[in-house]
Every structure is written in C-alpha cells, then in structure tokens.
Design a binder for this molecule. Structure first.
Ligand code: PMV
Length: 321
C-alpha cells in the first residue's frame, strides 16, 4: 500500500481567484494554465496498520507548518472515506522549488499527494475523477493532473492541448522565498469583498475565449496580452479586497516595468504573477535565451527557474522511503 507520484506546478494564464464553495473549492470562474517542467513535487504515501497517526515529512526545507500538516491529513481523510479505510499514512514529499512563494506548491503538492494516495489505497480512478479528488486539497491542484495546457471549469479539469502543441517557456524569476502571511486559501474567501470582483467575473469568459483563440491560431502576442491583462485584473481585486493583499515587492515591480521596455524593443515576452512576489516571464522557445540575457541587468533577483510545458501527474517507481 505504497505509491509515489510526481506532479508539476502550473502557472495560470487565466487565474482562479474566489470560489463559490469553500469546502469543495469550486471556483468562481474558469481558469487556464500550463504545467511547469522544472517545478515539481514528488510524494510517496504509504498506508499501514503500524502507523498510529498520519505523519508528513517535507525533505530539504524548514518543514511544514502545523496547518499545512493538518490540511494534508484532512485530504487523506477524504480519500480514505472513498474506500472505507481506517489506515494511517506516512507521507514523504520534496519540492524542486521553494514553497509558498507564488510558484504554486499547493498545486503540485496536492496533485502528487492525491495521485500517490489513490494508488496506494488501490482505488481505480479516471484522470477526470482524479482532478475532482485533488480539488478539495487545493483548487489549482486539479490543473496539475492532466497533461500540457489545462482548463479547469468547475468540478473537473481537462487537457486542452498536449505539452508538445506549443513551445512556450515560463522563466520563473525568484525574487523572494519567504513564506507568505496570507495563504491564497484565505484570500479566495474574501475575494468577493472587492468592489471589482463582480466585474472580474463578467470579464473572464471573454478572456477565456481570447486565450482559446490564441491557442488555436498560435497567436503569441494575443496570448501574452490576455495573460498580462488577467494577471493585473486579479491583483487589482486582491489589492482592493478586505483585508487588502499585496503580494509584490520592489523587484516584482522593477521586472514588470522591464518587460514593458523589452517589448518596446521588439522582444515578445509577457509577465504573470500569482500569490507571491515572483515573476513568471512567458515567451516562446526561440526568445528564452534573450530573456535570460536581459535578466542579467536587473537587480534583486535570487534565482531563475527555466520551465518548458510538461505532462501532468504521473506515478513513478522510485519511492522516497
Ligand atoms: O489553488 P490555490 O488555493 O493555491 O489558489 C491559486 C490562486 C492563484 O495562484 C493566485 C491563481 C491560480 O489560478 O493559480
């Protein structure tokens, strides 16, 4: 009753912010994302009668906060309930990137946990069912399960295009690795206090249609324009909700400004930012090296993570314990 899964984080081109049901984590709007090849979580789950309680070990970092371990146990409870199991689990997990910094560690974390635990419990689930099982752990986790470019509309997520469809890169510029004070979970709950939230919900369907058209036509400029528009719109809501949430720092803003200048010089690159200060630079494969070159002149950068589009969550045979 032991299994290991590897899951990618994902970056949303159209963001999920706010929900219609907090427990089931049903989103207030549909979102579209790309899976990230270099930002992954690997998790081994073993259920056994010798375990008196659930234990979770995060390798190579400062360890989990108490509420994070509780959230994992709660998720395991939900999966155990599906098969009527009372067995406790030992969970060992590791990330290739710092958690809680705006690179969705909860997405890759709960996708890997769900797929590994489902396999360890011997459940037979379709990919579609797995996306719904991951969702109550973290909404964005449902987008890390299918391959490539993924749409999550409500209950389930599905792949729009495989990873090989379009050579898009996400150069993640890490400008801060301190865990955030307000989790995105808490932020979703108060999103509707922003006076701009209702307008956002009216605007998102139009943006989804533009992204889908950009994909069909492989129109990168259109895709990039919508990505930036939706990122700024989500942060506008975040910054005007009660209490307001500011995730950016000085370097975040310096990079947003730099991207605008680079574009004026003819470099097709666009930014997007999640619930943290790091900036995701989105470009086509042919321009990635120029983007990396440009970044050498920007101060305040800690590190850069180069991502291609990747498959979704997979079972792997190398266990962590
Ligand atoms: O799934 P959560 O609760 O981590 O929410 C993710 C929210 C954003 O990263 C800000 C946007 C998104 O769609 O990924």
């Amino acid at each position: 009753m032991k299994a290991t899964a590897q899951a990618p984080a994902n970056i949303a081109f159209i963001k999920y912010w706010g929900r219609t049901n907090a427990v089931l984590r049903l989103p207030a709007n549909a979102s579209i994302s790309m899976n990230l090849s270099a930002c992954t979580t690997t998790t081994t789950v073993e259920f056994a009668s010798e375990y008196a309680k659930d234990t979770v070990e995060l390798l190579g970092e400062n360890g989990l906060r108490e509420n994070e371990a509780e959230r994992i146990t709660k998720h395991l409870d939900l999966l155990r309930k599906q098969v009527g199991s009372a067995l406790h689990a030992h969970v060992v997990t590791k990330n290739t990137f710092p958690k809680s910094t705006g690179i969705a560690s909860s997405a890759s974390g709960f996708a890997a946990l769900t797929v590994a635990a489902v396999a360890a419990l011997g459940m037979k689930c379709s990919e579609k069912e797995l996306t719904a099982l991951a969702r109550p752990g973290s909404g964005s986790a449902s987008r890390s399960i299918p391959d490539g470019f993924v749409k999550w509309g409500g209950e389930y997520a599905h792949s729009l295009y495989p990873a090989s469809y379009w050579d898009i890169r996400d150069v993640v510029v890490v400008v801060g690795t301190i865990g955030k004070d307000v989790s995105s979970s808490a932020g979703h709950d108060t999103a509707s206090t922003s006076p701009y939230f209702a307008q956002r919900l009216r605007d998102v369907p139009g943006r989804i249609a533009r992204v889908e058209h950009a994909f069909q036509a492989k129109d990168f400029v259109l895709l990039g324009e919508v990505i930036e528009e939706d990122c700024l719109d989500m942060h506008h809501v975040m910054q005007t909700q009660a209490p307001p949430l500011y995730y950016w720092n000085e370097t975040t803003i310096r990079l947003m400004d730099a991207v605008k200048h680079w574009r004026n010089e003819g470099l097709p690159v666009y930014f997007t930012i999640d619930a943290g200060p790091n900036v995701h630079l989105i470009c086509e494969g042919a321009y990635e090296s120029t983007v990396l070159e440009k970044l050498k002149n920007v101060s305040g950068i800690e590190t850069v993570i180069q991502n291609r589009v990747s498959d979704g969550t997979k079972i792997i045979s190398d266990h962590l314990f």
